[in-house]
Design a protein around this ligand. Structure first.
Ligand code: DX5
Ligand code: ZN
Length: 217
């Protein structure tokens, strides 16, 4: 299991996105939080910004769609250059069809669970996915406190991945920091989103390196 770090630009300076991407050189992914003020009570950015950011950085884009109607919008994010597209299962109409479409268009397909959404009903869908995202805060805002109560769900999901021998990455997002990343790694996560812990630091690239070391320890 190799550790990957995906800094969230939600905590970056939106007027200087290309520079902010360059500031995390060495990160595996750049996490892009798309919010529509319906699925979550916040509004951020859409397809044109993803397209521009893709042209401005060599770091692959990990787009997290916190939107209604992901079935309608996800393909456009792949076309805009996303390397990975995550939709929320609570919003998707046809998650298997959507995952297949994302893959067919050439990106990694990923499905997210809000904190109150259990993994068990989706056990049979895991083989259709490249990544599963377990939210460790209620989606919508950066800088919230990590929900420790999500650790058992991370452990149960890791056990399912191992049981079926799946090649499925397990991502955590929300409140991941120097204080919490070791608990997430110990529970079985291998892709770590961090917004405020990276962009709130004086040296974002160093923060990425040190999170990576802590997760791998
Ligand atoms: C929250 C977003 C997260 C957010 C994480 O809804 O999905 O990606 O940027 O921010 P931190 O790491 O500050 O909790
Ligand atoms: Zn996110």
């Amino acid at each position: 299991m190799s550790v990957q770090i995906s800094p969230s630009i939600l905590s970056a300076d939106f007027a200087r996105l290309a520079d902010e991407a360059a500031a995390v050189e060495g990160a595996d992914w750049l996490h892009v939080d798309v919010m529509d003020n319906h699925f979550v009570p916040n509004l951020t950015l859409g397809v044109p910004v993803v397209e521009a950011l893709h042209k401005a950085t060599g770091i692959p884009l990990d787009c997290h769609l916190m939107i209604e109607q992901p079935d309608r919008w996800a393909p456009a994010f792949v076309e805009a250059g996303a390397g990975s597209v995550t939709f929320h299962v609570e919003a998707a109409q046809a998650p298997v069809r959507l995952a297949r479409e994302i893959r067919a268009k050439g990106a990694r397909a990923s499905m997210a669970l809000r904190p109150a959404t259990p993994i068990e009903p989706y056990e049979d869908l895991l083989g259709e996915l490249d990544m599963l995202l377990i939210m460790t805060v209620e989606p919508g805002f950066g800088g919230q406190a990590f929900l420790d109560v999500m650790l058992p769900k991370i452990r149960r999901t890791r056990a399912l991945i191992d049981k079926y021998g799946l090649d499925l990455w397990l991502q955590v997002d929300g409140g991941v920091s120097a204080e919490t990343i070791e608990r997430c790694a110990e529970a079985g996560a291998d892709v770590f989103v961090a917004g405020s812990a990276v962009y709130g630091s004086d040296d974002p690239a160093a923060a990425v390196r040190s999170l990576r070391e802590q997760a791998a320890a």
